[in-house]
Design a protein around this ligand. Structure first.
Ligand SMILES: [Cu+2]
Length: 116
């Protein structure tokens, strides 16, 4: 969470509400990039995030395997796998098809669904 500078109460209120709106929209639809808020996420313009629900991970070895599979997909620059929640967030080029990423995991035995 970044700190919002609020030198003027009205401007501070406006930017806080824009910030919250952005996060609400973002959690509703992780796939939609928001061009008007460039400073909130360190993400290149031609990149997007893909949220995946992954079934079948039971240990750290599974987590490592899922990470390896994700990072081996073309266009994927970053993969953060959450073993406990059975999920992953992937940073990929906008040319990457989210379903192809999920299919690669499913083919390896980890049933994956695109969340966004
Ligand atoms: Cu395992």
């Amino acid at each position: 969470m970044r700190k919002l500078p609020a030198p003027d109460p009205i401007a501070g209120l406006a930017s806080t509400s824009a910030f919250l709106t952005f996060h609400l929209l973002e959690s509703l639809s992780q796939s939609q990039a928001c061009d008007s808020t460039p400073s909130i996420k360190v993400k290149k313009e031609d990149e997007m995030e893909i949220s995946l629900n992954i079934e079948g991970m039971t240990c750290g070895g599974c987590k490592a395997a899922v990470e390896r599979i994700l990072l081996a997909q073309p266009g994927i620059s970053m993969a953060s796998v959450d073993l406990a929640n059975g999920s992953a967030i992937v940073t990929a080029g906008t040319g990457t098809a989210p379903q192809t990423v999920a299919d690669a995991l499913t083919a390896a035995g980890y049933t994956a669904r695109v969340q966004n």
